[in-house]
Design a protein around this ligand. Sequence first.
Ligand code: ADP
Ligand code: ZN
Ligand code: ZN
Length: 803
Amino acid sequence: MKIASVIVDVPAKQTDRAFDYLIPTEWLETIQPGMRVIVPFGPRKIQGFVTEIKADSEFKKLREIIEPMDLEPVLNRELLDLGNWLTINTLCFKIYAYQAMLPAALKAKYEKKVKLSTGVKLNQLPAQLQEVFKNQEAIQWDDALENGLVPILQREAAKGLLEVLYIVKEKLKKKKLKYVIPLLSSGDLETASNGLPQKAEKQKEVLKYFVEHSDPVELRQLLSHLNISSSTVKALVEKGFIAEQDMEVYRDPYEKRTFTRTEPLLLTEDQQRAMVPILGSIENKRHEVFLLYGVTGSGKTEIYLQTIQDVIEKGKEAIVLVPEIALTPQMVNRFKGRFGNLVAVLHSGLSAGEKYDEWRKIQRKEVKVVVGARSAIFAPFENLGIIIIDEEHETSYKQEEMPRYHARDVAIERARNNNCPVVLGSATPALESFARAQKGVYTLLSLPNRMNKRALPAVEIVDMREELRAGNRSMFSRKLFDLLKERIERKEQSVLFLNKRGHSSFVMCRDCGYVMNCPNCDISLTYHKVKDQMKCHYCGFESWVPNQCPECASDYIRYFGTGTQKVEEELGKILPEAKVIRMDVDTTGQKGAHERLLKEFHEGKADILLGTQMIAKGLDFPNITLVGVLSADTMLHLPDFRSSEKTFQLLTQVSGRAGRHELPGEVIIQTYTPEHYSIELAGTQDFDRFYHREMMMRKAHHYPPFYYLSLITISHEELMTVVSATEKIAAFVRSRLSNHAVVLGPAASPIPRINNRYRYHCLIKYKREPELNKTLKAILDQYQSDPKSGLLVSIDVNPFILM
Ligand code: ADP
Ligand code: ZN
Ligand code: ZN
């Protein structure tokens, strides 16, 4: 067994297969599948993944592996196979599939060292290594290679005695905060307290705090918690009972927080009924997909927690996916509160170093649960007992770059390999998922009621056309303005939600709400400023922009779009007394800004929280009693067949932000098209009726879930070249598929030019086309193997964004 199959890091058609290399004798025992190695490739040295070790090769003259890059495999057998599956199903290069599964720290060229694992004593190592580590904590990887130490290091690493450290230079300066620590034991503190004069009440309180808590506490927190001034602390510092200390804020932002331990709640009958089948699937090691359908606050998370509990008790592991923006401390606390440090957290707010730390915890099996955004689906667990996807309808589960995977599909594939259940949770499931549940492909579990039967907030839909008629040209309806004013007087909080999505704009009549749609595709036409033209991005239909509304002849017809900044300005004019926190991409760019702004709002430092999508989720503050949606239409008229679905989901979700606690909530939805079913039904939060309406539309226009989609996008510097290539590709696809498939295009992409490259696409709608995967692969092969043509072809199977 001295030949290794290696996938090399050269993303190109010709190299998208395993290459065989000889394993040098010195590495024979150590190189394993799933490790990365350095291999010679042509005149270069490059990285690669070992996928297999075998005895023979069909090739004669093999070159030797230069050296290993890891002490232990970074991908397990299951993930290696999953990489294959990803390659086939998303039509990406194998190397991209493997790289997607690893934390960024492992992808770039970081300085690498080997050190003793935490808690390991020097004398546990063999004599040769004791000598090496005697005078240094860690040794450089390159030195280890040079001195021939890697095989012996690998042996010890396999026993868990050593580990690799990546020195990731953090861009952000470490933040330091002032902390207070006790200097005496709690018994001595008590004695000290008794020795203080009677009237030193405040000082006694501080000491009492430290009798009960031995951990360092942030000075600011201590002051506000005990309602004391810093002079009280100073006095105790001078007496030598406690000390102030600057402390670095820990790499893992969640680690240092204290979590209140929570116990499993006694489940309601509904919850019980929903949980039993999931437990059955875990018990019987039977793969099954459950759709847990329940409004926000119906107790889904408690079910996640208790099924995970069961999984942990069986010695298995759990992955919980949460949309990035919902990965708030509130959400994380619920899992950490139940499972403490058995939980790893992965989200984009972490630096590369922090992510690597969390990933290592998973790899070393120190944790049993990972809570994370999309890519956490690749957590290197080896004994999965359940995969949970919360808010399963969220589009952020689809990755928009290679590999273009959907986390739901990957979850189902991994769960199948592990014989375990997948639980998809949502109050507004994706149409595809609900349809599968209706057909019995997924098992539907419903939680029809909110906990404590708390009422859903009252939703009122305000017709902005009426406002205009009444002479109100502001972006706030009279009703919303009155309610906002009332909230400020009552010292309650409001959330204002503005939906703005880049790039595309549509033309709408402000008098009657008319929007121009494509006659062929039933999606709105996109306005192109440069040419002053309307266009359909599915089929290429074009039309002039009307000067007058074709419906009502009003000439108040124009394109639409308002920014958060503009809203903030107007709020300043009409409600100068209101304190506003604005949350959008501009104000939340910095690390931790998102959390900080939410915290400020939670602490009551503002009356109004104004923001985009990112505030739609996870907000659960008792004092929010009003939610205003400024323009429900902006999302409705995106050139996307899912725009009604997204509008419904979003409005339902935003509405759920109000009145989650004792105070009842009110929701105002402003719109120019109150009669549109997705707005009307969001008003009554009636998913079932929405589902039936929307399914009719999807069926009529041949969209998912009745048809599958694949999108081919072609780009080139010359317009003519793109158009003719796209025509050729469309013709080729048509010739290979059955006549049940619909091939639309060539049409210009919604963003028709990026970086001076023209972009065209071709959209395929189909039900069952066994030849499709091969056809698409053939197209990719053809263009990828001819880089001189300058044509770039990308294929997205089940696309979510048709840009
Ligand atoms: P969802 O995930 O559907 O939004 P949660 O699980 O967060 O719902 O439940 C909503 C609220 O009800 C939470 O505050 C939760 O602690 C509480 N809760 C959930 N299940 C129970 C139960 N069985 N008994 C009492 N309270 C519960
Ligand atoms: Zn009109
Ligand atoms: Zn069209």
